[in-house]
Design a protein around this ligand. Structure first.
Ligand code: A2H
Length: 253
């Protein structure tokens, strides 16, 4: 049941030039892909980000300096949350679909990977968050299985135009240790529940619940500024750090 608005940390992932054709008019400006997460402390282990290939996104001026790529729905919500004078509707500078940005290079705050690529995932919901998700295969079963599917299915890569060098070698980046689960909780939970496809929705929901609860309640950071400390304590600290350094803003829905 609803208990009021959910707070998300909206990660600002900087689009690296050269811009693709759909974004060419924006080159020279600060353009960010905006991803909504509940687990900002996992950002160190981000390997890529996910967009829904067949759905629409836009580029919006949601504040005075930055241009964000996100769904129109989330742009509208965000404008109401960050602007003092809200225009009738936020200006969309360019319309695009997820497919247009597959292979786009972005730079994410805190991520050990210098650059990460935009990759397609069918399970991304466009009516939740911004429709863009940071992918952390070490701690998210969805992310682990989606990445593994791309790695093991050349035909899926061809279908979406995903180049081998964007995903290979598949290297999970450990961030959190969970006693009894190790440093790659998502992989272990998916193995235990025998999940190898995004179509196993019920099992994936179960895996997500386990990985999320265990990671949050029992997890210990094994990397970063707060190495050795409990995830529960560290999550708000990393959130504040990201907000202070301009790597993220808050988003509610
Ligand atoms: B979380 P809740 Cl490591 N479609 O971030 C599908 N999933 C989405 C989404 C969308 N439009 N927007 C956000 N999400 C994901 C990291 C993470 C997340 C880890 C572990 C657990 C976890 C890395 N992906 O979430 O439905 C995002 O994935 C467990 C719940 O609002 C976001 O946080 O409760 C989470 O779902 C938000 O889920």
């Amino acid at each position: 049941e609803e208990v009021g608005p959910q707070e998300y940390v909206l990660i600002k992932m900087e689009v690296i030039p050269p811009f693709p054709p759909k974004l060419k008019v924006l080159e020279g400006r600060n353009v960010y892909l905006a991803a909504a997460t509940l687990r900002p402390e996992t950002l160190y282990g981000q390997t890529n980000c996910w967009m829904q290939p067949d759905e629409k996104y836009g580029t919006f001026e949601v504040n005075d300096i930055d241009i964000f790529i996100l769904t129109a729905r989330s742009a509208r919500n965000l404008a109401h949350q960050v602007l003092s004078r809200v225009p009738e509707k936020p200006t969309c500078l360019a319309e695009l679909c997820g497919r247009d940005l597959i292979g786009l290079q972005v730079k994410s705050p805190l991520a050990f990977n210098e650059i990460v690529y935009v990759l397609p995932m069918q399970n991304i919901l466009t009516h939740k968050g911004t429709g863009i998700v940071i992918s952390v295969p070490s701690d998210s079963p969805d992310d682990f299985i989606a990445f593994q599917e791309l790695v093991t299915s050349p035909s899926m890569r061809v279908m979406y135009g995903v180049k081998d060098e964007w995903i290979l070698p598949f290297k999970v980046i450990p961030v959190i240790n969970v006693p009894g689960y190790g440093n790659e909780t998502a992989k272990k939970v998916c193995f235990d529940l025998k999940i190898d496809s995004l179509n196993q929705k019920d099992k994936l929901a179960e895996a997500k619940e386990i990985a999320y609860l265990k990671g949050f309640h029992d997890g210990i950071m094994i990397v970063g500024e707060f190495k050795g400390r409990k995830v529960q304590e560290v999550k708000p600290l990393i959130k504040d750090m990201l907000l202070k350094t301009g790597g993220a803003i808050l988003y509610y829905e």
